[in-house]
Design a protein around this ligand. Structure first.
Ligand SMILES: Nc1nc2c(ncn2[C@@H]2O[C@H](COP(=O)(O)OP(=O)(O)OP(=O)(O)O)[C@@H](O)[C@H]2O)c(=O)[nH]1
Length: 448
């Protein structure tokens, strides 16, 4: 075979590859190590275009920065010359609008083909997510039914969520004594009783309306240790005989619930790590954008059931580009980690604190009205202003701006709530930075 025909063969192969790329039923994007796009098929353009801020698709990481800020760091930290950088990473694009549409999700796999060549495979995962949710509930049911006899505690709750009577399964799983739990709210299984009456009521109402309420998380044992638990609440309606005042007994419908708590610490150790990787931000370790959208969907559902204060804060580091330019990218990363951990420390357990963009964070605050959110934001802003980050022996000082929006009837969905907080943030930036603004309707009136 002559050198010439060899080159021709390669050209034919390359042409075939391009054809495949062009027609593939998934989005395929070839980039340099820094994310500069070299090749992309039409489906990729269709999936990515709505995310582009400037109408261009020149750099994959830049386009995805607002929905998957972790990707750039993952690619940079991947030192092998080739291999899978991430598989099935999920980037949340939009939240659902109640009763109208499913939240949109983009699946991203990133493969390093050569030191300076990456290939991204993009898929629209919107349908998959809806199916997965159903599967999760089905699995929870199956687990509850088929679990071994020793790993679950089953108890009945009265209509307000108080534990009605003792049985040995409670002691076996939770190590509490009868005296410590009977007659108490089921919040006794949460650290420092760290769940509000409102939140307990939410779970009970969810069980009423959906047939069950499912939650996973750390729960406390009577001996002070904690375990990772899957808890399910199911309503039970029972006809009970009511007697009183000498009147003949009548059958009354009494609302009660069954609470099933399972200790799944051991079983979820591996799965938990995998789940963690999907729900936490790669750089800072706090929740990612996807987790925020999942929490928001639940909170908005709760709000529509029983409106009560719900606020959203967007927190953005000021002049962050300057931090990167002055001290370097590694210092910038450190500042982001500092901001994330300070934010985590300042919020409650029921708040969802997440990184939603490059230097942008969000906190979703249930049971918090605009005044409460404003005070919290101000306290946090001052805390950041007063602190500094130590980097290579020097000190980096930075400030933040915060935009707040509050849930009300006119908010169409989480995207809308997010857009309002974003507008408030924009005003805070435009009017000097290092300040807090609350979204204030179309007039965008400024807070004094
Ligand atoms: N170190 C680091 N920098 C990041 C990361 N993600 C985004 N950035 C940088 O954050 C900077 C954001 O810059 P701009 O959007 O111009 O905003 P800014 O400089 O903070 O200015 P204002 O927000 O207007 O106060 C860009 O330089 C990004 O490259 C990251 O994960 N690590």
């Amino acid at each position: 075979m002559s050198a010439h025909s060899g080159t021709q063969d390669l050209a034919v192969e390359h042409e075939a590859l391009l054809q495949f790329l062009y027609l593939a039923p998934v989005g395929l994007v070839q980039t340099s190590a820094a994310g500069e796009v070299e090749l992309m098929n039409p489906l990729s353009a269709q999936l990515l275009m709505p995310l582009s801020k400037d109408g261009g698709l020149a750099n994959l990481f830049k386009v995805l920065e607002s929905v998957a800020p972790e990707l750039r760091g993952m690619a940079e930290d991947f030192i092998s010359p080739q291999g899978a950088i991430c598989e099935g990473f999920r980037a949340q694009l939009t939240g659902g609008i109640r009763g109208k549409e499913e939240p949109k999700m983009l699946g991203i796999s990133l493969i390093k083909l050569a030191p300076d060549r990456l290939m991204a495979v993009l898929t629209d995962m919107t349908q998959v997510i809806a199916q997965e949710r159903q599967l999760k509930y089905n699995t929870a049911w199956l687990n509850a039914i088929t679990a071994g006899v020793t790993d679950y505690a089953l108890m009945s709750l009265d209509h307000d969520g108080r534990i009605q009577e003792w049985n040995p399964s409670i002691g076996r799983v939770t190590k509490f004594t009868a005296k410590e739990v009977v007659g108490k709210y089921f919040s006794v299984f949460y650290k420092d009783q760290g769940i509000s009456i409102d939140r307990m009521t939410d779970y009970l109402r969810e069980a009423d309306e959906d047939g069950w309420s499912l939650s996973e998380g750390w729960r406390m044992k009577g001996d002070g240790s904690r375990f990772w638990s899957s808890s399910m609440i199911v309503p039970i309606e029972e006809m009970v005989a009511e007697t009183g005042g000498g009147a003949p007994s009548v059958l009354q419908e009494e609302k009660r619930y069954a609470l099933i708590i399972r200790d799944i610490t051991a079983r979820t150790r591996d799965a938990g790590a995998r789940l963690n990787a999907m729900s936490t931000d790669y750089l800072t370790g706090i929740a990612n954008r996807r987790t925020l959208f999942e929490s928001a969907e639940l909170e908005l559902k709760r709000w529509h059931r029983h409106p009560r204060p719900l606020s959203l804060m967007i927190i953005d580091a000021d002049f962050f580009k300057k931090v990167n330019d002055t001290y370097g990218h590694a210092a910038g990363d450190l500042v982001l980690c500092d901001l994330a951990s300070a934010l985590g420390e300042s919020m409650r357990e029921i708040d969802t604190v997440s990184r939603i963009g490059g230097e942008e964070f969000a906190a979703l605050l249930p049971s918090t009205d605009s005044e409460g959110a404003f005070q919290l934001a101000e306290r946090f802003r001052k805390r950041v202003e007063a602190a500094c980050v130590t980097f290579e022996g020097g000190e980096i000082k930075y400030t933040i701006s915060i935009g707040i929006s509050v849930m009300d009837e006119s908010v169409r969905g989480f995207d809308d709530l997010l857009a309002r907080a974003d507008t408030a943030l924009y005003i805070a930036k435009e009017t000097g930075r290092n300040k807090v603004e609350i979204w204030n309707g179309l007039k965008r009136a400024l807070r004094t």
